[in-house]
Write a protein that binds this ligand. Structure first.
Ligand code: GLN
Length: 452
């Protein structure tokens, strides 16, 4: 009944929202029946979940919202999908996103954008706008996203939902279609902090198939989320990043942030100012590191191994076929990143760009470590602006990149961060971000739950 109710809801609203690229009705019903018969038990038995289309699902179409992967059905499940099945969840289908997770609005999906359920003329954030919109529109109670520079948290913020980026290496990347391997982190999207923690716990933990997976026990995020529900934050120090102050947040976003901060202080938390002088270089460093890694990761889409192949008429060389396939198969933002990354890695430029960006990354990590000597968590708005109208930021890539101003430093460092709803500005949701030290995911859930 639960699975069917959500499939009905998708049927009723998804033509308008377009959160899903593929709905797996038969698979969902079959999984729900296995739970009904008692063949599958687990902490989330029978709970429906939607999965971002950048994650491999055996036999179920997986495109990363790109034409180049149209029709591809992976022969295997990602580790996190295996764990979702073992926990008893019922997978409803695959959610829309910016192509290969590059973007902040889902406008770069090759299959058309997702509409924000709060205002169908506005973006739902990105790249995981489909997962966040599915939650916000009650098409699914839980969804999986991936966060490379903010793609779980920023969509959470602009759709009034909860989105958490776990510690890098805390959730397995095996079976994720790689964008930027040193940053990509799968994590939960939900309507409450406790739900997010339950999903987080179900997918987290060491995986031998991911060489950067952390071989340590995951902190008890569910207990932490439940601890926070009572609200007592006596002794908890919230670090306010000085350099984020004059950052150009919309006035409504800044006001909502201050209100939430006050609410946390009323619960006993203390505010301390911290300085992170290198955060101002996070965006430029990210836009060298992420495109450089994507250039290498996307080399595999050559028209030979997967999906689309163009111009293979027997008269063309292999190189021509590859070139025609990649030209037809990749969208404009993906091409921009490949060109940027190829340039940054070119001989003679490597040290000036990629090498320099890696040094900046180290400095940002040190900023975080010093800040966490003074504060238990750092707090900021999740994104400087509320959901914007379609088309308003696509003509200038830099305007789009600004959406991740507050989320990207955490990815470069590797720690966990969560976005929780923090009221409205002009009728649209605003997100409050809580960042914690690596492997202190439980700490951010405790503060997040208190704010809820
Ligand atoms: N918006 C950022 C980008 O375009 C982050 C994307 C992500 O987290 N996948 O790269």
């Amino acid at each position: 009944e639960v699975a069917q109710a959500h499939l009905d809801r998708i049927e009723a609203v998804d033509q308008r929202v377009h959160a899903f690229l593929h709905v797996d009705r038969e698979g969902a019903i079959a999984a729900a029946e296995r739970v009904d018969r008692g063949e599958v038990t687990g902490p989330l038995a029978g709970v429906p979940v939607a999965v971002k289309d950048v994650i491999a699902t055996r036999g179920v179409p997986t495109t990363a919202a790109s034409k180049i992967l149209e029709g591809w059905r992976p022969p295997y499940d990602a580790t996190i999908v295996e764990r979702l099945r073992a926990a008893g969840t019922v997978m409803l289908g695959k959610t829309n996103m910016d192509e290969f997770a590059m973007g902040s609005s889902t406008e770069y999906s090759a299959y058309g954008p997702t509409n924000n359920p709060w205002d169908l003329g506005r973006i739902p954030g990105g790249s995981g706008g489909g997962s966040a919109a599915a939650i916000a529109a009650y098409e699914a109670p839980l969804a999986i996203g991936t966060d490379t520079g903010g793609s779980i948290r920023q969509p959470g913020a602009v759709t009034g939902t909860v989105g958490a980026k776990p510690t890098y290496g805390g959730t397995s990347r095996y079976g994720l279609i790689a964008f930027s391997s040193s940053l990509d982190t799968p994590g939960p999207c939900a309507r409450s902090v406790e739900d997010a923690a339950l999903l987080h716990a179900a997918i987290a933990g060491h995986d031998v198939r991911d060489s950067t997976s952390i071989p340590q026990a995951v902190p008890d995020v569910v207990a932490a989320a439940r601890l926070g529900a009572g609200g007592d934050l006596t002794g908890v120090k919230l670090g306010l990043v000085k350099e984020f102050a004059g950052d150009g947040s919309e006035p409504g976003v800044a006001a909502s942030f201050r209100d939430s901060l006050e609410a946390l202080v009323k619960l006993g938390a203390e505010v301390v100012e911290v300085s992170c002088p290198h955060f101002q270089y996070a965006l430029p460093a990210y836009y060298l590191i992420a495109p450089s890694e994507c250039t290498s990761n996307l080399a595999r889409f050559d028209g030979v191994r997967y999906g689309l192949r163009v111009g293979d008429d027997g008269n063309r060389s292999l190189e021509e076929v590859m070139s025609l396939t990649r030209d037809a198969g990749f969208g404009p933002e993906v091409k921009r990143r490949i060109i940027l990354g190829t340039y940054a890695l070119s001989s003679g430029y490597y040290d000036a760009y990629y090498g320099q960006a890696q040094k900046v990354r180290t400095l940002i990590t040190r900023d975080f470590q010093r800040a966490f000597d003074q504060a238990d968590v750092l707090v900021s708005p999740t994104t400087p602006f509320v959901a914007f109208p379609f088309g308003s930021r696509t003509s200038d890539p830099y305007q789009m990149y600004l959406a991740d101003l507050f989320t990207i430093p955490t990815n470069l460092y590797g720690g966990p961060a969560i976005s929780v709803p923090s009221g409205l500005s002009e009728g649209l949701p605003v997100g409050f971000q809580i960042m914690a030290p690596t492997m202190a995911d439980d700490r951010m859930y405790r503060v997040a739950a208190a704010l809820e």
